[in-house]
Every structure is written in C-alpha cells, then in structure tokens.
Ligand binder design. Structure first.
Ligand SMILES: C[S@@+](CC[C@H](N)C(=O)[O-])C[C@H]1O[C@@H](n2cnc3c(N)ncnc32)[C@H](O)[C@@H]1O
Length: 163
C-alpha cells in the first residue's frame, strides 16, 4: 500500500513539475511575440524612461526578456540588472541576452517581497505587466522607492484591466 501511494505521489509530483514547465514554455513563448510592439515596444520604453547610456537600470520581472536586449544595448557605459521570482525566467532571459553577445547584465533571483539591493542604487527601474502579479504592492513599492535614486524614474506598464 505504502509503495503504491509512494508511486502515485511521485507521479502527481512529476506531473505537477511538467505542468509548471509547460506553463513556463508557453508563457515565455507568448511574451516574445513581436506583435506586442503595438502596445509597447522596447524603443518606446527606452524613450519613456529617458535613458542615458551610463545609467544603472533594474528590470523587475523580465520574464523571458522581451525588453531586456534593447535596453542593455542602449546602456553602452551602464548596466542592466534583471530580478525575477522565477529562476526559469531568468535563465530564458540570460539565453536571449547571451545569444546576442550582451555582457552588461546581472541576474538576481528575488522572493517577490524584498529587493536585496543597496538604497539609492538605480537610476531607472521598470516593470512591464508585473505589478498586477505582486501580492503586497505597498511593501514592494516602498522597497522600489528605497533602491531608486532621488532623481530616478520608475516606469510601471500594465495592460488595461489589470489590478
Ligand atoms: C507577465 S510576466 C511579464 C514579463 C515581462 N515583463 C514582459 O512584459 O515580457 C510577469 C513576470 O513577473 C515575474 N514576477 C511576478 N511577481 C514578481 C515579483 N514580485 N518580483 C519580481 N518578479 C515577479 C514573473 O515571474 C514573470 O516573469
């Protein structure tokens, strides 16, 4: 009996992991569709951020990195940091950036509640379709405020209808 339950539990667990992997692959794929440019293109985002080439920029929740390559390439003397709660997404983004030979990027897994960076360390912070997924928005926004420089800019983009 114990063995049978063990096998079922093992199968359910494996099935759950497989489901998560498939969800991430589909999610990663749909987030990289160029059609997205109609709503917000990486170039439009760069303009919105008033980016300078020496800025230190944090992208929260990059997913598979749709926006990251263009932003990182713009930062010829600066750097881009990607932080996400999913290691799989950071791996996908890294693959995309490595493929393009982009080197000025750092990757950091986060817990979705705190942002383990020094105070006032970023010139720009942006998040695209992420805030709607954040559980405690007030705490997160005060963390963002803490790590953003006084003259920094935070850009939050959400789809219409998101909470
Ligand atoms: C809908 S995807 C958007 C990905 C990307 N910004 C884009 O627009 O293509 C949301 C991403 O935010 C991440 N995420 C959700 N909550 C987060 C949090 N509290 N901190 C950091 N990343 C988070 C998810 O893991 C996922 O990669």
């Amino acid at each position: 009996m114990g063995i049978i339950i063990g096998i079922i539990e093992h199968r359910v667990f494996k099935g759950y992991i497989l489901k998560l992997k498939i969800k991430n692959i589909i999610c990663g794929f749909t987030l990289l569709i160029p059609f997205r440019n109609i709503f917000l293109s990486p170039s439009k985002l760069i303009k919105r951020l008033k980016l300078k080439d020496n800025h230190t920029v944090l992208e929260i929740g990059p997913g598979p990195g749709y926006f990251s390559p263009k932003v990182a390439k713009f930062l010829t003397q600066g750097k881009l940091v990607l932080t996400d709660i999913q290691q799989e997404m950071l791996d996908l983004a890294r693959k995309r950036l490595d493929k393009r030979g982009i080197k000025n990027v750092k990757y950091k897994l986060c817990d979705g509640m705190s942002l383990e960076f020094d105070s006032k360390s970023f010139d720009r912070i942006f998040m695209v379709t992420v805030l709607g997924e954040v559980e405690n928005k007030d705490i997160y926004l005060s963390e963002i405020h803490r790590i953003l420089k006084d003259d920094g800019i935070l850009s939050i983009s959400e789809l219409a209808g998101s909470r």
